[in-house]
Design a protein around this ligand. Structure first.
Ligand code: NAG
Ligand code: NAG
Ligand code: NAG
Ligand code: NAG
Ligand code: NAG
Ligand code: NAG
Ligand code: NAG
Ligand code: NAG
Ligand code: NAG
Length: 358
């Protein structure tokens, strides 16, 4: 399974060194209108397993799941929740820094209780689905919910808000103060590279991926989204999966890194053009993780489950499983998004974008 990837990666040559890690995060953060003056009233989250907080638990037959041990081993009560992590994931860590009491729950979970649904959606909802992509067919065999369908779900949420407020203007005011967090694209690239006979050339793939992403961002804008946090695709060629399956000799896999870097750069250009405010950016962190190449649970070839072996020093690992960051790595990623200054975060950090103080 390659239910997407993490937000960080490393360039050190020797994985066994206790080394300085350079975590590179490519992130484009954009505020399409004015910055919010108060912390956002609502947070709506879209994307893949980097941000999924249990959506896929509610999809019968979905193959991209993490609702089993050892996932969640460091979550309260050691509970597997569907998060692809030993504990909190990046969506949770961002929610913590926003001062929210909890990370917005999955939309599919909120649907289960019609009596609280209308109230809950005013606080936000999480549509992210592990394994999904920008393109409709990405993650389809696993029954993940594509970005297109996540946005369709949001569109019904919007109509539910209007049902409550009584008019479009009031809904527009509510949504203009909300924060829209998106992290997607890794699965599109991995599926493309894993396909022995890709249906498109690299050039066509690049163009299709970008134009489809542009279309989705524009749709969200038309639905009322104004403040966006867009996490671009990290260099995915250095995951334990890529090292084991693509190269087989523990080196990072260059084609995946190149496609990811190219895509991330172009997404930033796209957002820049769209909002005339955004730049690409690179964040460098000097962090000590003892192990930056191996998965804590399972290994590059085998997924994490209750028969896998796992490490005890999880805070020293960058990777929880063969694709996803540990709770600690997600925390550092979120802190970077909120706390770094230009030129590391452009055009502004989440603290400034959303008017919150750390
Ligand atoms: C993606 O799927 C949706 C159905 O959920 C469909 O409406 C849309 O046309 C599809 N897009 C493409 C590009 O095939
Ligand atoms: C939300 O909106 C959808 C589509 O308009 C509708 O089918 C559904 O019944 C609404 N749910 C609630 C709880 O109002
Ligand atoms: C509006 O909300 C009410 C309950 O608050 C529900 O019965 C009705 O179906 C909703 N209508 C639409 C169009 O969502
Ligand atoms: C990828 O697509 C973007 C936007 O269409 C374009 O600017 C860029 O040059 C393309 N890159 C490659 C390698 O084709
Ligand atoms: C690992 O394998 C790749 C091709 O699969 C090759 O390009 C690379 O040079 C190899 N690296 C080492 C350190 O052997
Ligand atoms: C910028 O956006 C405009 C209008 O949406 C479009 O026509 C143009 O091709 C875009 N330019 C680039 C470099 O993407
Ligand atoms: C990966 O884990 C599987 C299952 O535990 C094991 O059989 C395999 O030898 C491991 N591979 C490596 C390279 O450690
Ligand atoms: C755990 O994963 C291994 C390797 O993928 C698989 O052989 C085994 O059946 C899985 N165990 C469970 C309980 O799912
Ligand atoms: C965020 O960015 C602002 C403006 O660039 C800067 O003053 C501030 O120190 C940064 N960090 C935090 C935590 O706000």
């Amino acid at each position: 399974m390659f239910d997407s990837v993490l937000n960080s990666h490393c360039h050190m040559a020797n994985r066994y060194d206790s080394c300085f890690l350079c975590v590179f995060m490519s992130i484009a953060v954009t505020s399409l209108l004015l910055c919010a003056e108060a912390p956002p009233a609502a947070v709506y989250i879209f994307g893949d397993s980097t941000l999924d907080v249990g959506t896929n638990d509610f999809i019968p037959g979905c193959l991209a799941r993490a609702d089993f041990y050892f996932n969640g081993i460091d979550f309260p009560h050691s509970k597997p929740t569907g998060r692809f992590s030993n504990g909190l994931n990046t969506a949770d860590q961002i929610a913590v820094l926003l001062g929210l009491t909890k990370s917005p729950p999955p939309f599919l979970y909120l649907l289960n209780d019609p009596s609280t649904f209308q109230e809950n959606i005013l606080q936000g909802a999480n549509f992210a689905s592990g394994g999904s992509g920008i393109l409709n067919h990405t993650g389809q065999v696993k029954m993940a919910i594509s970005l297109e369908d996540q946005i369709k779900q949001f569109s019904t949420v919007r109509s539910n808000i209007t049902n409550k407020t009584g008019n479009e203007e009031a809904t527009g005011r509510i949504l203009s103060k909300a924060f829209f967090l998106i992290s997607i694209g890794s699965n599109d690239i991995l599926e493309y590279l894993l396909n022995p006979a890709p249906p498109m050339s690299v050039l066509e793939f690049n163009a299709t991926l970008l134009s489809t992403y542009a279309y989705h961002i524009k749709t969200l804008y038309e639905l009322g989204a104004r403040t966006f946090g867009v996490l671009t695709v990290p260099p995915i060629g250095c995951t334990p999966f890529a090292r084991a399956v693509f190269t087989g000799n523990d080196s990072c896999f260059k084609p995946a890194q190149e496609l990811a870097a190219e895509f991330s750069l172009n997404v930033a250009i796209l957002l820049d053009n769209f909002s005339s405010q955004v730049q690409d950016m690179n964040i460098r962190w000097q962090i000590r993780f003892k192990n930056i190449a191996a998965a804590c649970c399972g290994n590059g070839t085998y997924d994490c489950n209750q028969t896998a072996s796992f490490c005890s020093n999880r805070d020293e690992y960058l990777f929880w499983d063969r694709f996803h960051p540990t709770q600690r790595a997600s925390e550092l990623a979120a802190l970077t998004l909120f706390g770094a200054s230009e030129p590391l975060v452009a055009p502004m950090n989440f603290s400034r974008l959303l008017g919150v103080n750390l």
